[in-house]
Design a protein around this ligand. Structure first.
Ligand SMILES: *[C@@H]1O[C@H](CO)[C@@H](O)[C@H](O)[C@H]1NC(C)=O
Ligand SMILES: *[C@@H]1O[C@H](CO)[C@@H](O)[C@H](O)[C@H]1NC(C)=O
Ligand SMILES: *[C@@H]1O[C@H](CO)[C@@H](O)[C@H](O)[C@H]1NC(C)=O
Ligand SMILES: *[C@@H]1O[C@H](CO)[C@@H](O)[C@H](O)[C@H]1NC(C)=O
Length: 616
């Protein structure tokens, strides 16, 4: 049978017949046709995930330039990570199904994988590595995580293919390694270069350690940069294969680090130590709030105005989803490297705090607020904001008002990606680092695995609810929206949401909360260095830092008179831009559907697919 690439890629919406992946029961118990009372069409989950990837690349990736042109540098790095992580799952699934399939079918599917891997390679060259070198430290670390994800995909796919070849199934005479393996040195080199650049952000003069966010602003030690450094460092320790490529020579200038331009081998203890040190600093930093969620970060009060204070004592109370996510990859990695279960426990505690803050009761497996009114035909009244969502659905604070920036549009997908990494059944099956394997007897390790799996299994109903909501935001082209909760809602064209006073997140400004990711960095002495005041352009980190021009809207939505905000504050009466005749779609507000929101949809489906395997 001739396989047409265009058929797969072009099959935008629900045309699952065009996918080379016929729906497969997720749960083997379902093979007999019983659906075990599932609310989500699990049978189609893999296919939905595949189509989310296919639609993402079809709608947003331009092959002739090798990138997602509407992305910005750091969001593109995250999109590349989503593609690679999804390819890992597609490869695993191919491996699982292979025994039941003919060689021809398998070859077709390998073509599909190769096609998307070509996108990854194209992006390697399109990535603006030069620009990112001059951006903030977190921007650099997304790059590290992205290429390490690709390296893991290549390793796993290559291992599977070489097994297949040995068994005579693959009909790949003479091919010892998959061609993708030849890209490992390139990807490893880029990961190493950006890790080294970012490591310069570690600072011991203030707050007893920790990474600085952006060298061009007032010192700000935030959750994301430190979580990223922890996750990237331990992932370098575990997955970086070494690098002896000395380019670029200039990077050694002025540095005394012993490793500049040296040959790096695998498992360099420098990485493991950096991860542990960052973790120690982060846990002692007092960065979590009363709900057990990471606030955004710390300024040093009085800094720059003659004070000798060096303590991180001025906390930005803003809570974003991604600040609760990236650390999970770090914690899993530290467990893999040390065998200490405390890291897993810390991760589960944070996940449980997140789930609780979406308004979900894990013990009873129900949302804490009555959501009858979310059913079609009922008057729509939004359940209250619970800290990081409502009605059991993860939300960014900017979701309900449709005012998310390009940065924030990327956040929920990031949370889901790192959650999936943490709870992947494959993660604890890794052969442990040898010295640890010696210390830990197999039964102790078995106990840890069992406890971890059972904790992860408990999140599945909540995760399924989130995936179902996200899928409800897909438009006719199969493209996901930003505000997942809207996927549970139905709006008539002129419908207005009724907002209780508790339906909106607390003010995005004031009360120690600075939503700089959506509204832009405030041009004041807390954030901006004196020499730069008053500066207009803070453009070096790209348009993602810019406000999106909805400030007045948020201000009016959150200043007093909250009962009326539904009528005027949050834009719920906006036209949908299509004449307002059909169902009103709140995900057309603000930036609308973008590659970043598509990445979020892909990530939540992948998370459900991965974590659901604990049920097998
Ligand atoms: C499914 O069917 C097979 C035989 O067709 C049977 O052995 C198995 O017990 C069935 N499983 C369930 C869960 O009904
Ligand atoms: C680099 O190390 C040398 C000696 O080890 C020292 O004299 C020099 O000051 C160091 N330079 C920097 C920039 O730290
Ligand atoms: C932790 O941070 C909170 C919020 O900024 C502050 O109220 C509290 O005093 C801090 N605790 C310590 C021990 O520094
Ligand atoms: C910092 O300044 C205060 C007065 O402003 C002074 O009392 C204190 O000793 C200083 N601390 C250090 C470590 O210099």
């Amino acid at each position: 049978m001739r396989f047409s690439w265009a058929v797969v890629v072009g099959a935008a919406t629900a045309a699952s017949a065009a996918s080379p992946w016929p729906p497969l029961p997720l749960n083997l118990k379902d093979k007999n046709g019983t659906d075990a009372g599932r609310s989500l069409p699990d049978l189609n989950l893999f296919n939905d995930m595949f189509m989310a990837l296919s639609n993402m690349q079809d709608a947003y990736f331009e092959r002739w330039v090798g990138t997602w042109p509407r992305g910005i540098d750091w969001t593109r790095a995250v999109m590349g990570t989503h593609v690679a992580a999804t390819l890992r799952e597609i490869s695993h699934e191919l491996e699982r199904r292979q025994p039941d399939e003919g060689a021809e079918c398998a070859a077709r599917k390998q073509e599909v994988i190769a096609g998307y891997f070509a996108d990854v390679i194209a992006y390697y060259f399109a990535e603006d590595a030069f620009a990112i070198r001059n951006q903030a430290y977190d921007d650099m670390l997304w790059v590290v995580l992205g290429w390490l994800e690709s390296i893991q995909f290549i390793d796993e796919h290559n291992r599977f293919l070489s097994k297949t070849a040995a068994g005579g199934l693959g009909a790949r005479p003479g091919a010892e390694t998959w061609y993708g393996s030849h890209w490992i040195p390139a990807f490893a080199h880029r990961a190493r270069i950006f890790w080294e650049l970012a490591a310069k952000g570690w600072d011991t003069k203030l707050c007893g350690g920790g990474m600085i966010w952006n060298p061009r602003l007032m010192p700000y030690k935030n959750a994301i940069t430190n979580q990223l450094f922890m996750a990237a460092s331990i992932s370098m320790y575990l997955h970086f294969p070494g690098d002896s490529n000395p380019s670029p020579f200039s990077s050694a200038a002025g540095s005394n680090q012993s490793h500049w331009n040296a040959d790096w081998g695998p498992r360099d203890p420098v990485f493991g130590k950096a991860a542990q040190e960052t973790h120690r600093w982060l846990t002692a930093s007092n960065m979590t709030n009363a709900q057990g969620l990471y606030a955004d970060g710390f300024h040093i009060s009085g800094h720059g105005s003659g004070s000798n204070n060096t303590r991180c004592d001025q906390r930005d109370e803003m809570v974003y989803t991604y600040n609760q996510g990236v650390i999970l990859t770090g914690l899993l990695g530290l467990f893999q490297a040390t065998g200490r279960e405390q890291y897993l426990r810390e991760g589960h505690a944070l996940i449980q705090n997140v789930v609780r803050a979406t308004g979900y009761d894990l013990a009873r497996n129900v949302p804490v607020d009555d959501d009858n009114h979310l059913r079609p035909g009922k008057p729509t009244r939004l359940p209250p904001w619970r800290g990081l969502g409502r009605a059991g659905i993860l939300e960014e604070a900017c979701d309900v008002s449709g005012t998310c920036s390009q940065d924030a549009q990327t956040f929920k997908g990031i949370w889901m990606h790192h959650f999936a990494t943490f709870c992947s059944p494959a993660a604890l099956q890794l052969t442990m680092h040898r010295p640890i394997a010696k210390e830990l007897d197999e039964s102790a390790l078995g106990g840890m695995r069992a406890r971890h799996a059972s904790a992860c299994r408990r999140y599945i109903p909540w995760l399924r609810r989130n995936a179902r909501a996200a899928m409800g935001t897909r438009d006719a082209r199969g493209l996901f929206g930003m505000w997942w909760t809207a996927g549970l809602l139905q709006f008539a064209s002129s419908a207005k949401l009724a907002f209780g006073g508790d339906a909106l997140p607390p003010s995005a400004e004031g009360g120690g909360v600075v939503d700089y990711r959506n509204l832009g960095v405030p041009l004041d002495a807390v954030w901006v260095r004196a020499v730069d005041l008053p500066p207009p352009p803070l453009g070096e980190t790209g348009s993602g830092q810019k406000p999106i021009g909805r400030r007045s809207r948020i201000a009016s939505a959150t200043s007093g008179d909250r009962d009326h905000v539904g009528k005027r504050g949050v834009g719920l009466e906006e036209e949908d831009g299509r004449g307002g005749t059909s169902t009103w779609d709140p995900n057309l507000r603000g930036r609308g559907r973008t590659v970043e929101t598509q990445g979020g949809g892909l990530a939540v489906l992948r998370a459900l697919w991965v974590v659901s395997r604990h049920e097998l």
